[in-house]
Write a protein that binds this ligand. Structure first.
Ligand code: S3P
Length: 177
């Protein structure tokens, strides 16, 4: 397992339920790097959980925190960064990520819905009538942005986190920066 010297930060993007945190932790362990979850960073920064931020500051307020913590990762070394699913909703974030190594964990809305079930901790889903319909709409809006932001596309719907991690490693080993 040998990574090119320029491969020293990896960002994971994709729909809620894609496995970014689970896979990110395994990948970090394999590489002996640190794992950072941007949603967790936002919670620490604000002292509030994600539903409370949406409640008190709206989605716009949450997105402002998200952009801030994303940009704070600039210049770090040996980190696996799990981004929230909506990171690609801001052109500014996409521009930042375009110069980084980004992996899109791609799955169908049905696979995501089956994984997530009822999700009170995800404000975009907790108020909706039908999780599958909502996820379908969200993915339709974001698919193109996920695809263009990430150079590496990995199917994550029907595989175990270990297999997904292995597939990411294969792609990273091919990466030349
Ligand atoms: C969001 C995804 C969530 C979290 C917030 C908004 C989104 O993160 O950032 O609820 O817009 O897709 P996960 O993708 O880790 O669930």
């Amino acid at each position: 397992m040998k990574l090119h010297a320029g491969v020293n930060m990896v960002y994971l993007i994709g729909l809620m339920g894609a496995g970014k945190s689970t896979v990110g932790k395994i990948l970090a362990r394999v590489l002996k790097w640190e794992f950072i979850d941007l949603d967790h960073k936002i919670e620490v920064l604000t002292g509030k959980d994600i539903p409370k931020i949406f409640d008190e500051e709206g989605e716009e307020g949450f997105r402002n925190h998200e952009t801030k913590v994303l940009k704070e990762t600039a210049g770090l070394n040996k980190k696996i960064i799990a981004c929230g699913g909506g990171i690609v909703t801001r052109p500014d974030n996409i521009e930042f990520l375009t110069s980084e190594i980004v992996v899109w964990l791609n799955l169908t809305p049905a696979e995501a819905a089956a994984r997530l079930g009822y999700s009170p901790d995800r404000p975009l889903l907790s108020g909706c009538k039908d999780t599958l319909v909502e996820l379908n709409e969200i993915l339709t809006e974001r698919r193109e942005a996920y695809a263009k932001t990430a150079e590496i596309h990995i199917d994550s719907g029907d595989q175990s986190p270990e297999i997904i991690t292995g597939n990411i490693m294969i792609a990273l080993e091919r990466q030349r920066v």
